[in-house]
Design a protein around this ligand. Structure first.
Ligand SMILES: [Zn+2]
Length: 132
């Protein structure tokens, strides 16, 4: 029988839920899944019952993804443009495909890390404004 007591954010260091979110796991226990679909969070953890569905990462994950990938892709584009051995009709589609794949891989991980960090800061706790 699974342990249904929800772990408290105050009892663990903030990096642990961040790493659990990065691995697509529940930030509270690390056992349950974080996502029901690609970027759709589960309402509550199947293993510990933590209400991770109420944590909203909002615009943080896309912004952080752009901030991380932007300089890397700009440098890669600059380097590939200076290569005269590869034709542009190969490098541009290859760079575009790489950029799309990199965003698709990085975005759920960054969202998970932000959800983990928000959970560590008490983001999963009931809000006073929801009571009334
Ligand atoms: Zn859990």
């Amino acid at each position: 029988m699974p342990d249904r007591s929800t772990p408290s954010p105050a009892k663990m260091p903030a990096w642990r839920p961040l790493l659990r979110g990065l691995a697509h796991r529940c930030p509270a226990c690390g056992r349950g899944k974080l996502y029901a679909r690609y970027l759709k969070q589960v309402d509550s953890c199947a293993a510990c019952g933590a209400p991770i569905g109420r944590i909203r990462a909002e615009d943080g994950p896309p912004w952080l993804t752009v901030l991380i990938l932007g300089p890397f892709l700009a440098g890669l584009t600059f380097i590939s443009a200076r290569q005269e051995s590869l034709p542009i009709w190969i490098t541009l589609p290859a760079l575009g495909a790489f950029a799309i794949l990199a965003v698709l891989m990085l975005l759920p991980r960054i969202k998970g890390a932000i959800i983990g960090l928000l959970w560590a800061m008490g983001g999963g706790e009931p809000d006073d404004s929801e009571a009334g």
